[in-house]
Design a protein around this ligand. Sequence first.
Ligand code: VGL
Ligand code: ZN
Length: 205
Amino acid sequence: MIDTALLIIDVQNDFCPRGALAVAEGDQIVPLINQLQSKFPLKVLTQDWHPAEHTSFAGNHPDAQPFSMIDMPYGPQVLWPTHCVQGSYGADFHNDLETDNVALIVRKGFRKEIDSYSAFFENDQTTPTGLTGYLREQGITSLVMTGLATDFCVRFSAVDAAKLGFGVSVVSDACRAIDMDGSLESAMRDFKENGVKITTSGAFL
Ligand code: VGL
Ligand code: ZN
């Protein structure tokens, strides 16, 4: 699988139980992701990395409730609880996640005025993170995706990658979802419509 990279999305304390934007069972995928790492020569991590004044935080909008929607210049945006603030414990990777053999860490959402779910493009769907060029230079044509959350950052990363022409598999048991307002169901539809395969870790281990 020399042409396939493992993408490990946002396995950070704030997305794990007791975190600021906890995803149910978010921590339970860590051992599986560590096992998967040994099967792929190239591993890339993403890290949600927001300034405290980030516009995706409900607390930065007067009277806004977390998980409500707002219109941003680039389109509709969920307002989240404050999470993954740059340099905070919540932004650190889960302590048990192996990171020593990872080639690249892509930080995203670090511009105050724009959120970034996808590892490839910010939420305006046009500003690139640079990951596409990196992967192409490494000769990568397929991606196996794991991490948090299935219905947000994994979803948009997988769909963008498929649109860019990469073969994409999402490892369902190595991901967990936020699942708000049908978001998991629409992610599953989006995967299907864009040719993203859903697999389980057994296919690789
Ligand atoms: C994420 C919401 C806000 C994610 C990041 O990693 O899925 N979700 N920021
Ligand atoms: Zn975020």
